[in-house]
Every structure is written in structure tokens, then in C-alpha cells.
Design a protein around this ligand. Structure first.
Ligand code: SAH
Length: 342
């Protein structure tokens, strides 16, 4: 069944026509939900009462509930949302000087099992619908009182294992909420066939690939997906993506002290990505409890790694880290709340 948020303009139009209403009602309903963030049909005061009463049955309007919000001293706010079936996901509001960004979840839990990630420890429960993903942005836009300019799919879950709904959510964010595709980043653990599939849609979004290691052995040790797809296959998929879409890709590289942060790793990484239209985003490990006891490299090690890449002519960026005091890293809030309940 189509629901709001989540329904496309065409789907809303079908419902409007079924109810014998003029087409412009679809525009009004879409604006109420996707622009003004209405939570109830009763708020839609420019619709006739009879229509407001008929809509819930054909096109239910279901919004996420906020279970918990944690505000950082730097303005970052982390939200824990309850979905209609009681499952929970988190999303983060990130205000910067020149933009306002939201980091959203694409699944409840995750099946990738990356050794350094808090979400991995929860296992996988289910995919989010396009409407649930869009609602993470709508809800945060409303609560922050600020227009959201950027969205990153870097919360819980693997977006490319939920590809159809993720694409639908990107299009809704773009067409209905008004966020530029170029301001949307989808981050993947590196699901090679899905990268080819995504490329065919020729979206103007940024694809970020969590590479995190320059060799198959090391990558497989920290990321189980590395056993399935070789590093070179991933690089080939990235090259294909840039060629088909004309977009630069971002390689994310998580730095784990003494594991993948030595200069020889940086040299190998530089050789791998040389010649690709890309940049490398360095992410020092955000300390979470993991079975392997990974630790975060000190700034001098990060700087050393960065220097090797830059000297090899690679464009390097470093994630502006926010929300440390509220443990805004992937999966942390939900894990803490679940542990506190247990
Ligand atoms: N599943 C997708 C998106 C979610 S994770 C992906 O794997 O890309 C978003 C980014 O945060 C990924 O690069 C992921 O590897 C990284 N990440 C996970 N745990 C982290 C941690 N403890 N510290 C820093 N980055 C982490």
C-alpha cells in the first residue's frame, strides 16, 4: 500500500483521482507533507473536510516518532526514531557554517558485519522504506527549524542492499523535498554488482565507497564483504561509476591504529586509486567497543598517512568530526539504549 511520506507525485495523483478530486489536490497534499512536514491530514486546511476524512484510508499518513534526542555542544543533534512497527533507527543533524547536513539510516541494523562498526553488532532486522528514509530528513528539518541542504546515507545499514528504496528516497528528496542530487551522498560497504546497477540510473549523487584497506587480505580481516569482492573489482566498479555518471567518487578510508594506518598502506592505496576521478576521505576510528580492541590513531599518524597520499597527487579530505560528546558514531545511540534496557 502506498503511504505518506513515501508516495510519489503520480501515486498521490492516483488516489486523488480515485476520490473524484481535481488533480491540483495532489500538489497540495505533496506540499503539505514534503515541504511543510504535516503530521496529520487535519493540518491541511486548504483541503475540503470530506477529502481530509477520506484520505487516511487510501493513503495513510504515518510519521516517525522521536524516542530520544541528544544535543552536542557543537550543535550536532542525534535522534533515535521509532518506526511504525516499533523498530528503531538513528539519524544525526549536522550544522556547518555553510550547510546543514543530515546523516540517515537505510536499514534497521546491518548484515555487513564490519569489525569496527557498532551497528554490525546488532545484526540485520529489515530494510527501511523510501518513506521512512525521507521522514528522517523531514522530521529533522522540522525539529531543527533549519532547511536541510545535504543528506548522507551513512547511518545504520547498507544502502546498496536496499537499492530500490534508496533510489526512490533519493528521487523524493530531490523532487519533492527540494534537495539537490549533488548534495546527496550514498555510502556503500562496496556491493560491487549494485554499484553497476546504481550507475545505470545516472543519478547526480556522490557515491562514497568504504574501502578501508588497500589489500584483499587486510580488507577481508576487517570487513567480511572483502571475502566476496576483491579490492580490484571494487576499484573497477568505481571507475565504471565515474565514467557512466561523470561524477567523482569518494573513497572512505577508516584509520585503525597499527592495522591499516602505516605509510606502506598509504602507498598501496595511492597506487590503487591513481588515475581515478576521486578523492580519499580519511576517517580516524571513532572509538566504540569492538571484539578486536581497535584503537584510534593519534593525529601524527593520521598526518603521516595523509602526507603520503598527497605527495602521490591524491586529493585527500578529512571528515570534520562532530558530536563526539554524544557518541554520534554509527549505531552508538541505539546500542546504548538497547543495553540500558537489557
Ligand atoms: N554501510 C555503509 C554506510 C554506513 S557506515 C558503508 O559501509 O559505507 C558510514 C561510514 O562510517 C562507513 O565508511 C563506515 O565504514 C564508517 N564507520 C563505521 N564504524 C565506524 C567507526 N567506529 N568509526 C569511524 N567510522 C566508522
Amino acid at each position: 500500500m502506498t503511504v505518506l511520506p513515501g508516495a510519489t507525485r503520480e501515486e498521490i495523483l492516483q488516489v486523488v483521482r480515485t476520490l473524484g478530486q481535481p488533480d491540483y489536490r495532489a500538489q497540495q497534499i505533496a506540499e503539505w507533507v514534503y515541504r511543510k512536514g504535516a503530521r496529520l491530514y487535519d493540518e491541511m486546511t486548504n483541503l475540503p473536510l470530506s477529502l481530509r476524512q477520506a484520505l487516511p484510508e487510501l493513503l495513510p499518513l504515518r510519521r516517525l516518532e522521536v524516542v530520544r534526542a541528544q544535543r552536542s555542544v557543537d550543535g550536532t543533534v542525534k535522534y533515535l526514531f521509532a518506526l511504525a512497527d516499533g523498530e528503531r533507527v538513528e539519524a544525526v543533524f549536522l550544522p556547518y557554517d555553510d550547510r546543514t547536513s543530515v546523516c540517515i539510516s537505510s536499514q534497521v541494523g546491518c548484515a555487513a558485519g564490519c569489525r569496527f562498526c557498532a551497528t554490525a553488532q546488532m545484526g540485520f532486522t529489515r530494510n527501511l522504506t523510501a518513506g521512512e528514509m525521507v521522514d528522517e530528513v523531514l522530521s529533522i528539518q522540522q525539529m531543527s527549524g533549519q532547511r536541510i541542504s545535504h543528506v548522507v546515507y551513512m547511518g545504520m545499514g547498507e544502502p546498496l542492499w536496499n537499492l530500490q528504496e534508496v533510489i526512490k528516497s533519493v528521487l523524493l528528496l530531490n523532487r519533492e523535498v527540494g534537495i539537490s542530487q549533488r548534495h546527496i551522498t550514498v555510502s556503500t560497504v562496496g556491493v560491487v554488482p549494485a554499484i553497476y546497477e546504481l550507475a545505470q540510473h545516472r543519478l547526480q549523487i556522490t557515491l562514497a565507497i568504504s574501502l578501508h584497506a588497500p589489500s584483499d587480505d587486510l580488507r577481508a580481516r576487517i570487513m567480511p564483504v572483502g571475502r566476496k569482492w576483491k579490492v580490484q573489482e571494487l576499484i573497477d566498479a568505481a571507475r565504471h561509476y565515474t565514467e557512466v555518471t561523470g561524477r567523482k567518487v569518494t573513497f572512505e578510508y577508516l584509520l585503525l591504529r597499527g592495522v591499516n594506518d602505516e605509510p606502506h598502506h598509504a602507498h598501496a592505496l595511492a597506487r590503487l586509486v591513481k588515475g581515478l576521478v576521486c578523492n580519499v576521505n580519511l576517517i580516524p576510528f571513532n572509538q566504540v567497543e569492538t571484539p578486536d580492541g581497535f584503537t584510534r590513531p593519534e593525529p601524527s599518524r593520521v598526518a603521516r598517512f595523509r602526507r603520503v597520499l598527497e605527495e602521490a597527487g591524491i586529493t585527500v579530505t578529512q571528515r570534520v568530526e562532530k558530536g563526539h560528546d554524544i557518541s554520534a558514531a554509527c549505531g552508538q545511540l541505539k546500542l546504548e539504549t538497547a543495553r540500558a534496557r537489557a
